[in-house]
Design a protein around this ligand. Structure first.
Ligand code: COI
Length: 353
């Protein structure tokens, strides 16, 4: 792989006390092109603006998939990736669904390891902070006929990250708009899954909510997911999450949280979860907690859930009594190498460059 290092790092312009998600990128980016059926030209180069023809297919028909993953530092400034192979596999599942070429493992993993190794100074040091890693695959053919592209560009870029949400969330159960549909692309990290939520989320924000809780597109009676998060409910002493299916993103953080919970002896259930069960739990007090989990948000609990114009408050528990806070700490401790790694999720990065 070719490596072109920056002459002058921008790191001194980075304010690590005031991290704003995705506003500052580390010095380098990894790129590889797909042309004539082959992956070629893997390179790490300075992160800078790129030139694309306005006729590039990605801008018109939206062939673009991405991933979200993180690198962490421990107290000795050793660097760890968290379950990177899961992101690699999911990216290729997304690519297949969007009729894009899959990325070979050596391209993905070598690009990733070398990039993070080179930009390791950009990984914030504090507990809960990390370097967010964004792999992105886009269609680069120029042409307007509605066909999959022949050529693609795969990139990996990184941005320092802190808590995505600063406060517990006020959530509205959505009854009109939908995120995904049967046979659709809800299970992928397709870029086009996000923009259609902006309008309903703005409407919800105007009503005083932070986020939407999506329900199934046909009946709006089953809980699916929320914004960039999978959701979990602490219902009658069981941790319940909607079954990841073709409509729900198969979240790596959610999967990890459930494995940790199970290991702690917590009863977990992956199943269809109805809106009425949640509302009943809120009314009768057997829904103790609800939270979202995802790479960017880690775990963020909900303060209120609103349905048909009625606002329900979740119990105002102290942090020590919250299963969400307990599981978040268990997860972050593993990610920051502060505890045993019973599932072998950490990948230590050697100082390679
Ligand atoms: C994630 O949490 O997995 C993400 O990639 C979130 C991103 C869309 C902000």
């Amino acid at each position: 792989m070719k490596i072109e290092k920056v002459l002058n790092s921008r790191i001194n312009n980075m304010d690590f006390n005031n991290i704003s998600f995705g506003n500052s990128y580390s010095d380098h980016i990894f790129c590889s092109e797909f042309r004539n059926g082959k992956w070629i030209n893997p390179i790490i180069q300075p992160f800078e603006n790129m030139m694309f023809s306005p006729g590039s297919l990605v801008f018109h028909y939206g062939q673009a998939v991405f991933e979200g993953m993180k690198a962490y530092k421990d107290k000795n400034e050793e660097v760890f990736l968290f379950r990177p192979e899961e992101n690699f596999k999911r990216m290729n599942r997304s690519a297949i669904r969007l009729e894009m070429p899959t990325i070979p493992k050596y391209i993905f993993m070598n690009g990733l390891k070398n990039l993070i190794g080179l930009d390791r100074n950009w990984i914030p040091k504090n507990y809960g902070q990390s370097l967010y890693i964004r792999p992105l695959l886009i269609a680069t053919d120029v042409g307007l006929s509605v066909n999959p592209s022949n050529d693609y560009l795969f990139m990996i870029m990184t941005t320092p990250s802190d808590a995505y949400y600063k406060n517990p969330l006020k959530i509205k159960i959505e009854e009109k708009y939908s995120r995904s549909s049967p046979g659709g692309v809800g299970f992928t990290k397709y870029s086009g899954n996000y923009a259609p939520s902006f309008y309903p989320i703005r409407l919800a924000r105007e009503e005083g909510f932070d986020q939407i809780l999506w329900t199934d597109s046909s009946t709006h009676t089953l809980i699916e997911e929320s914004d960039t998060m999978n959701v979990c409910f602490w219902l009658k002493d069981k941790l319940v999450t909607p079954l990841a299916n073709e409509k729900i993103l198969n979240g790596i953080t959610c999967k990890s949280v459930l494995s940790l919970a199970k290991k702690e002896g917590i009863d977990i259930q992956k199943r269809n979860l109805s809106v009425s069960e949640i509302i009943d739990g809120l009314k009768k007090g057997f829904l103790k907690e609800a939270f979202g989990c995802g790479t960017a948000v880690v775990i963020t609990y909900f303060q209120t859930i609103s349905y048909k114009g009625k606002n329900f408050y979740l119990p105002d528990l102290p942090d020590e009594e919250r299963i969400s806070i307990f599981l978040k700490k268990r997860l972050l401790d593993i990610q920051h190498n502060l505890s045993e790694d019973p599932f072998g999720w950490r990948l230590k990065l050697e100082k390679i460059l």
